[in-house]
Design a protein. Structure first.
Length: 380
C-alpha cells in the first residue's frame, strides 16, 4: 500500500495539531512497511523535520502566497503523484493544494479520505472566501470522499452539516508519543521565563481568537483574589494577532509580573513546561480534539477545557473539568480546581492512565491502516 497525505504546511510553529498528526501518523504507517508520502508547501519546513522523517518521502511545492498557502505547481506532476498512490489522505480543508489533489484523484480514479481536524465550520477571518471555496469545491471534496475522519465527537455534527451520512464517518482520535515528554529541565524553564518557584497555569497554543487566550486571561484576572498561592499564567505559543491585546489587558489589571508570554515551545522545552505546570487550560471557542490535552495528560497534569473542545471524556474519567466557553465559566473552573492540590494530583494521574491506554500514535496508526485497507478492498 502507498499512501499520499496532503497538508498545506509542516511548520510546527504555525501548523499546530494538523502538522503533528500528519507527521506522527505518517511515521507510524512507515514503521508498518507502508510506503508513505507527504505533499506540502515549503513554508516553515525545518531541517529537523526532514531529518527525522523516518522513511517518509516529503515533497514540497514552493509557496507563492503565504497568506493562502498558494503554491507554484505543475498539474501533471500532481496528477502523476496521485496516480502513483493507492489511497490519498487530505488533511485540513481550506487549501488550494487539497483542491488540486482532489481534482487529480477524481481524474485518475484514486480513492481518498478527508480529515479536516475541526476545520469545517466557517469561523474566524476570510469568511466570504471560505463560503466561496465551499461553493466552488469544498463541499464537493467532503461529499465525494470514501471516508470522513473525525478526530473528536463534535466533528460528527460538522460532517452532517455537509450532508455526510453517519456510515461514512470514522473516528480516529489524535495520539501521543510518550517518549517525547520524559525529558525537560524544569529549573531552566522557570529561570528562562522568570517564574521563580511560583505555581503556574499553562496555555499552549496560538494566540488567536478561536483559541480563546483572551477568555483565559480575563478569567485569570477575575480569579486572582481567590488564587491564594499566587499563581502565575504562562502563554506558550506563537502570536496569532492577539499578543499585544493580551499584554495590554495584563497591564490594566497590574498583572504584568504574573503573566508570561514565552512564544513557541518545542522538544524538551515543551516537556519542561508541562512538567512544571499545575494545570493546563484550553479555553477554545471552537476546537476539535486538542493534542495538547494528550500532552498534558501524558505528563500527569489535569486539564480545564471548554465544552467546545470535543473531549468531554476527561470529566468522565475524572482527569479534569469541562466549563462553558466564557470568561465567567473558566474563572469558576479555575477557582474550583486550583483550591485542592491533592485532587489535582489524582486528576492528573487519572488522565495519564486514560491517555496511555487509549491515545498513542500506535493505536491511531492501526485504525488508519484498517480504514485504508477497507477503502481499497471496497474498490476491488
Amino acid at each position: 500500500m502507498k499512501v499520499l497525505t496532503v497538508n498545506m504546511s509542516l511548520d510546527p510553529v504555525l501548523g499546530g495539531g494538523t502538522v503533528e498528526r500528519t507527521i506522527q501518523m505518517s511515521r507510524e504507517l512507515s514503521r508498518n512497511d507502508i510506503k508513505t508520502v507527504i505533499l506540502t508547501t515549503d513554508i516553515g519546513l525545518s531541517e529537523e523535520c526532514t531529518k527525522n522523517a523516518d522513511g517518509i518521502e516529503i515533497i514540497t511545492l514552493p509557496c507563492l502566497v503565504k497568506r493562502f498557502y498558494f503554491p507554484r505547481f505543475s498539474y501533471k506532476f500532481i496528477r502523476d503523484l496521485v496516480a502513483d498512490s493507492d489511497v490519498v489522505h487530505l488533511m485540513g480543508h481550506w487549501t488550494f493544494v487539497n483542491a488540486l489533489v482532489y481534482y487529480a484523484a477524481r481524474q485518475v480514479k484514486r480513492p481518498y479520505a478527508v480529515c479536516p481536524a475541526g476545520a469545517l465550520p466557517i469561523y474566524g477571518r476570510s469568511q466570504i472566501l471560505k463560503k466561496l471555496y465551499n461553493f466552488i469545491i469544498g463541499k464537493e471534496i467532503i461529499r465525494n470522499a470514501e471516508a470522513c475522519i473525525a478526530i473528536a465527537a463534535n466533528e460528527e455534527a460538522h460532517f452532517k452539516a455537509y450532508g455526510i451520512s453517519a456510515d461514512k464517518i470514522f473516528f480516529i482520535p489524535n495520539g501521543i508519543n510518550c517518549e517525547d515528554f520524559k525529558a525537560g529541565d524544569g529549573n531552566a524553564f522557570r529561570n528562562n521565563c522568570n517564574i521563580g518557584k511560583h505555581p503556574f497555569i499553562l496555555f499552549m497554543g496560538r494566540l488567536n481568537h478561536i483559541k480563546g487566550p483572551d477568555l483565559l486571561l480575563r478569567a485569570f484576572c477575575g480569579a486572582r483574589e481567590w488564587l491564594k498561592r499566587g499563581h502565575h499564567l504562562v502563554f506558550a505559543g506563537p502570536d496569532g494577532g492577539m499578543r499585544a491585546e493580551l499584554q495590554n489587558t495584563a497591564a490594566q489589571f497590574s498583572l504584568r509580573d504574573r503573566v508570561h508570554f514565552v512564544g513557541y515551545l518545542g522538544g524538551d522545552d515543551k516537556a519542561a513546561a508541562y512538567q512544571e505546570a499545575e494545570l493546563l487550560v484550553i479555553p477554545s471557542r471552537q476546537e476539535a480534539m486538542s493534542i495538547v490535552v494528550l500532552e498534558a495528560g501524558i505528563s500527569g497534569k489535569p486539564v480545564l477545557i471548554t465544552d467546545q473542545c470535543g473531549f468531554n471524556d476527561i470529566a468522565a474519567v475524572n482527569g479534569g473539568i469541562v466549563v462553558s466557553a466564557s470568561a465567567e465559566g473558566i474563572q469558576e473552573g479555575l477557582i474550583d480546581i486550583l483550591k485542592d492540590e491533592e485532587k489535582m494530583h489524582y486528576m492528573g494521574q487519572n488522565l495519564k492512565r486514560y491517555v496511555e491506554n487509549n491515545f498513542t500514535w500506535k493505536i491511531a496508526g492501526k485504525k488508519y491502516m484498517q480504514l485504508f485497507q477497507k477503502i481499497l478492498d471496497s474498490k476491488k
